[in-house]
Ligand binder design. Structure first.
Ligand code: NAD
Length: 290
């Protein structure tokens, strides 16, 4: 296929490289100066998008996605697929999908989970919103860039799945970290705590697969001085998107709200910026109730 790829950062760069390595002809564009193996660079987003079968975007936020969409939708050929893999608000996802469909294109929102390692290794999970027809056309590309693609329903539903998942993740990570800090203060050995909880009803991905205590459980960013991994800043971004959506949909999400407030404090007022999101554990360790 001929593929345009716009946004060649930490995630988009390796995703585009994997598509090129698999034999697709990839033309890329980024406002920053980048060089990606196998990818030819274009002068503008519109030039990267013109005449392509599929155009993929991997951008920082909804406002940038809307601006890029306004530029590339008129440049794309009829019937081509506009495939946005960024994590953005549900409203922006639905807005650009509608604009693309009004212009005779197919549209998908397909945010990912798996982080930079997943992008490099081609093991991402895609959560996809859009029509069956669009999903069918993009499926071979999901198979190259990832290990799983779940079709979640119409446009915007991929983003909805992503922010609901990450709201659970933020909440369970905080719960796991505060429980470890309490266990420490009660004199419970961390290994014993892990052995019990990871096989009892308190288990979760945060405890079992990404344990925030160094030296305990499988290897995780806690074993690497809490270098990300999944940065607390990105968790905050996703939690804020979840609360924006909850507000718009009039959904009561008190735990999501509390997690958002705590990550905001951690990233903006304390020392959480640039740390992995599991660094909530040393944060709790330093504190008492006051
Ligand atoms: P990044 O900042 O490394 O990459 C974004 C790229 O977009 C940059 O290279 C930037 O120069 C480029 N860009 C900005 N404005 C542009 C424009 N108008 N036209 C063309 N290019 C433009 O970010 P990232 O880590 O690659 O994340 C990309 C998206 O993936 C975000 O929405 C993020 O939330 C999501 N995501 C990231 C991770 C992760 O672990 N990094 C995991 C899952 C999802």
């Amino acid at each position: 296929m001929n593929i345009g790829f716009i946004g060649l950062g930490n995630m988009g760069g390796p995703m585009a490289a994997n598509l090129a390595k698999a034999g697709h002809v990839v033309t890329g564009y980024d406002t920053a100066s980048v060089a990606i193996d196998g990818v030819t660079l274009a002068e503008s987003a519109a030039a990267a998008a013109a005449e392509q079968d599929v155009v993929i975007t991997m951008l920082p936020n909804g406002a940038i996605l809307r601006a890029v969409a306004a530029e590339i939708v008129p440049a794309m050929k009829q019937g081509a697929v506009f495939l946005d893999c960024s994590t953005v608000d549900v409203d922006s996802a639905r807005f650009v999908a509608q604009a693309a469909e009004d212009a005779g294109l197919l549209a998908l929102d397909a945010p990912v989970s798996g982080g930079i390692g997943g992008a490099q290794g081609g093991t991402l999970t895609f959560m996809v919103g859009g029509s069956e027809a669009a999903f069918g056309k993009a499926k071979p590309l999901f198979d190259i860039m990832g290990q799983k693609a779940v079709h979640c329903g119409p446009s915007g539903n991929g983003q909805a799945a992503k922010i609901c998942n990450n709201m659970i993740l933020g909440v369970t990570m905080i719960a796991t970290c505060e429980a470890f800090a309490l266990a420490d203060k009660l004199g419970l050995d961390r290994q014993a705590m892990f052995d019990v909880v990871s096989t009892s009803s308190g288990y979760s991905w945060s405890m079992n697969a990404y344990c925030p205590a160094p030296g305990i459980g499988p290897k995780s960013p806690a074993d690497n001085d809490y270098k990300p991994g999944f940065a607390a800043d990105l968790m905050l971004k996703d939690l804020r998107l979840s609360q924006q959506a909850a507000e718009a949909a009039d959904a009561d999400t008190p735990m999501g709200q509390a997690a958002t407030a705590l990550y905001a404090r951690f990233v903006e007022d304390e020392d959480g910026k640039g740390m992995d999101f599991s660094a909530m554990l040393p944060r709790f360790e330093k504190r008492g109730r006051g």
